[in-house]
Design a protein around this ligand. Structure first.
Ligand code: MG
Length: 398
């Protein structure tokens, strides 16, 4: 079998309300879907972060994959990885080639008429547990959202737990003074008790000193972990020496060559896998083996995936026994999806699809609708906050 063509389609699907994080606001998710065509008529689906730049980047990748056998994934990834870290060519960017890698897995599953999970080692679990990504939000056009106080967040989480059955909540911090965010965690713990796992992620905007002070204040609330309290391996290592809460990251360890210095410095306890940042499913399997070998925790990052990449996450998670934490998930923020059978939460879990390959199909009407929305409104991720034009993430008073 040979790959004959690659097509990209960018879509924006709105969130039910704008979500806030340390560096800006997101009003929805912008994702680029890929279709990889073969000479045997099988079309593989992939999906990754971002819009126009991603689509251009994937088109740059095209000459390296046309004519390749989609079964030879190690060879294909090796071609792309040969350019990674050299900073001059988009083909080395894992966010781009991961979409193609995932599409190759979809082709293989379809060619063998079996779910992808069966090719990755088989399902250890069919129900994949997720942690609800919880954000302070602005009010959306429909009137939903507007959570800006600890009490608002508790009410919002209570509704999420009732509706989706989540057992773990991850608060996106770094939005307010840490005093507000400590109070939010306190309210969540006191409201939901020890049955609910809690995490917080301020996207590395606290200083080392602030991180130590805040995490010490949070110790009594028994968090699963604090994610990226401060910037870089050195900062994380300094914080980790002084606190008893595990530290996780999806910012300072995002490729295999970041793992050895992280271990040498004692910077982290938990790594968040990400099929896109880490360059696909195969590289993420290698990460899982490394994490297990070094007894590091393993969780999974979410970047507001739509159905195609959510399916890829589910197949990876189902076939990876060493996943020590529930995976992050934004899916409950989306107003819609672009696949024919959107996923649903049950007891905080999603169920592994059972069709061949990824087991999902595109809804072409939805693709057209949300592709049009992307063309009208552009990226849904804004690295500024229109309500806080003077905001700078590093706040000296913290
Ligand atoms: Mg994070």
């Amino acid at each position: 079998m040979k790959i004959t063509d690659v097509e990209t389609i960018t879509v924006t699907v709105p969130f039910e309300a704008p979500i806030r994080w340390a560096f800006g606001v997101r009003t929805g998710t912008t994702r680029t879907i890929v279709k990889v065509y073969t000479d045997e008529g099988i079309v593989g689906l992939g999906e990754t972060y971002g819009g126009k730049e991603t689509a251009i980047g994937i088109q740059h990748c095209k000459p390296l994959i046309i004519g390749e056998d989609p079964f030879k994934i190690e060879r294909i990834v090796a071609k792309f990885r040969g350019f990674s870290g050299r900073g001059v060519l988009p083909v080395g960017n894992p966010l781009y080639f991961s979409a193609l890698e995932i599409a190759c897995w979809d082709i293989i599953g379809k060619a063998l008429n079996t779910p992808l999970c069966n090719i990755l080692g088989g399902a250890c679990r069919r129900k994949i547990p997720f942690s609800a990504f919880v954000f302070y939000r602005y009010k959306g056009e429909s009137g939903v959202g507007g959570e800006s106080t600890p009490q608002d967040i508790v009410k919002y989480c209570s509704d999420l737990i009732d509706k989706c059955g989540f057992k773990v909540l991850k608060l996106k911090g770094g939005v307010f003074n840490p005093k507000v965010e400590i109070e939010t965690i306190k309210e969540l713990r006191e409201t939901f008790g020890e049955e609910i796992g809690l995490r917080i992620d301020p996207n590395a905007i606290w200083s080392v000193e602030t991180s130590i002070r805040v995490i010490k204040a949070l110790e009594k609330y028994n968090l699963e972990y604090v994610e990226d309290p401060t910037w870089n391996l050195e900062g994380m290592a300094q914080v980790r020496k002084k606190v008893s809460v595990p530290l996780s990251t999806n910012m300072c360890v995002i490729s295999l060559d970041h793992v050895p210095p992280a271990i040498r410095l004692g910077a982290i306890d938990v790594i968040l896998a990400d099929l896109f940042q880490w360059g696909g499913i195969l590289n993420s399997k290698k990460l899982a083996a490394i994490a297990e070998t070094f007894q590091l925790g393993l969780s999974m990052h979410s970047n507001a995936e739509l159905g195609v990449s959510t399916a890829a996450m589910l197949h990876f998670a189902a076939s990876t026994p060493y996943l020590t934490y529930a995976l992050d998930q934004h899916y409950h923020h989306h107003v819609d999806d672009v696949i024919t059978k959107p996923f649903v939460y049950e007891d905080g879990c999603m169920t592994l699809p059972d069709g061949p390959g990824l087991g999902v199909e595109l809804d072409e009407d939805k693709i057209e609708k949300y592709s049009k929305l992307y063309k009208e409104k552009g990226e849904a991720r804004h690295t500024f906050d229109p309500y806080r034009p003077d905001w700078v993430p590093m706040q000296p008073s913290w």
